[in-house]
Write a protein that binds this ligand. Structure first.
Ligand code: CTP
Ligand code: CA
Length: 223
């Protein structure tokens, strides 16, 4: 069931949002993951919905529930997230807010790994996961606007600007996740929006307000 205002600036537009972490199994009871509550992606999907968009929300196992009034596709791993994302195309815009695990466990076990009494830990082998943002940015059904996120420390804007070019997306929403900022895991965000024309530092705002501003910018772009 999709509820969207017929009069909103994004009515008739389809926007894809990825959100939350991915979980990469080690065995049936253990996994590796990035820290991500899913709060910023969820707020963004809600803000896009409120502007009238039809939203497909591809989410890993997040702490917060998905918004009402959007099409929710639940996934576990990065490879599942890529497949669900590609299946949701075409879209007018795609926003990749997910904290995708960069690596999966290549030698994941189908049965629970048991301690063998030797005191030695099992050797895990890792393989790099596909880059969903880069794949969509460089793919055949590329949305006209592709937006990535970049959680960085140190020289945040330079790292994020390089990432925008490397991945081939149009915009990057960068934030400083150094522990001193208190951003990571909190209810507020302070982002820098990097586009092809420049860099804007936004003030520290609630994740909902950050989402509303970003949704507004997406709507301006897509008119
Ligand atoms: N991303 C993605 N697929 C991946 C990794 C990242 O789609 N396998 C997306 C994220 O959703 C985000 C953007 O790419 O929108 C940047 O993620 P980030 O982890 O900062 O980029 P990486 O290229 O993985 O660089 P780093 O080595 O700094 O983690
Ligand atoms: Ca990464």
């Amino acid at each position: 069931v999709e509820a969207h205002f017929s009069g909103g600036p994004l009515s008739g537009k389809h926007v894809l949002v990825t959100s939350g972490p991915t979980h990469e199994p080690i065995d049936p009871v253990r996994y590796i993951a990035n820290r991500s509550s899913g709060a910023q992606g969820t707020a963004l999907a809600a803000a896009l919905r409120d502007l009238g968009a039809r939203v497909t929300f591809v989410t890993g196992p997040a702490d917060v529930p998905p918004p009402a009034g959007v099409t929710v596709v639940r996934v576990e791993t990065a490879r599942e997230m890529l497949a669900a994302t590609q299946a949701a195309l075409p879209a007018d815009a795609a926003v990749m807010a997910a904290a995708v695990a960069d690596w999966r466990v290549d030698n994941a076990s189908g049965s629970k790994i048991k301690k063998d009494g030797s005191g030695k830990a099992p050797a895990l082998e890792f393989a790099e996961n596909p880059d969903i943002l880069a794949t969509v940015s460089k793919g055949a059904s590329r949305p006209s606007l592709v937006v990535g996120f970049a959680a960085e420390t140190d020289d945040v804007t330079a790292h994020a600007a390089a990432k925008r070019v490397r991945k081939g997306c149009d915009w990057i929403v960068a934030n400083d996740v150094a522990p001193a900022t208190g951003i990571m895991g909190g209810s507020e965000n302070a982002v820098t929006l990097i586009t092809d024309t420049g860099t804007e530092d936004w003030p520290r705002l609630s994740k909902e307000e950050t989402a509303r501003r970003l949704a507004g910018r997406i709507a301006e772009y897509l008119v």
